[in-house]
Design a protein around this ligand. Structure first.
Ligand code: SF4
Ligand code: SF4
Length: 135
C-alpha cells in the first residue's frame, strides 16, 4: 500500500460535489481528512492522507484533478519557533500521536514530523503561539 499526504484545493463550483466520496468508492482509496476549511460558495482546502494500492492511488488522485480539484504534495506543513519555547509542555498534552515531547535529559521540546498528523491542536494549546500549521 502506498501513502500520500496532499493539500487539496476545491474551486467554489466543486465544493458542493461529493468528489472525495466518489473517489473513495471508485478507487478504493482510504482517505483520512487531517484538516479542512470548506464553506459553500467559497474556495475550499483540505489536507488529506490517502492510502491505497499504487495504481488505485494514482488513478484516484488523477480523478480528483479531472474533477477540477487542485492537488499539491503537503510539505513543510508544521513550523515550531524553538527559540522562544519555554518547554512548558502544554502542546505535548494535546498531541495524541506523540509528535511533541518534552523529556530527559535536557527537557527541551522535540517535534517528530513523521508522527505529526497536522491536526492543529498544538497551535491553540501553545500560550506563546509558537506553532503554526501551514495549510
Ligand atoms: S499538529 Fe497535531 S499531531 Fe502535529 S504536533 Fe501538533 S498536536 Fe501533534
Ligand atoms: S506549548 Fe509552546 S511554549 Fe509550551 S512547550 Fe509547546 S511550543 Fe513550547
Amino acid at each position: 500500500m502506498a501513502k500520500r499526504r496532499l493539500v487539496l484545493t476545491f474551486p467554489p463550483e466543486v465544493v458542493e460535489r461529493p468528489v472525495i466520496s466518489l473517489m473513495v468508492k471508485e478507487f478504493d482509496v482510504i482517505t483520512n481528512i487531517l484538516r479542512a476549511e470548506v464553506h459553500e460558495g467559497e474556495i475550499g482546502r483540505m489536507m488529506v492522507e490517502l492510502e491505497g494500492e499504487g495504481r488505485n492511488l494514482k488513478d484516484g488522485v488523477q480523478y480528483l484533478k479531472d474533477q477540477g480539484v487542485g492537488v499539491e504534495e503537503a510539505i513543510k506543513d508544521i513550523v515550531l519557533d524553538e527559540s522562544l519555547c519555554t518547554s512548558c509542555g502544554a502542546c505535548t498534552a494535546v498531541c495524541l500521536p506523540g509528535a511533541l515531547k518534552v523529556g530527559a535529559p535536557d527537557w527541551e521540546l522535540v517535534l517528530d514530523k513523521d508522527r505529526c498528523i497536522l491536526c492543529g491542536l498544538c497551535v491553540d494549546a501553545c500560550p506563546l503561539q509558537l506553532i503554526k500549521v501551514l495549510f
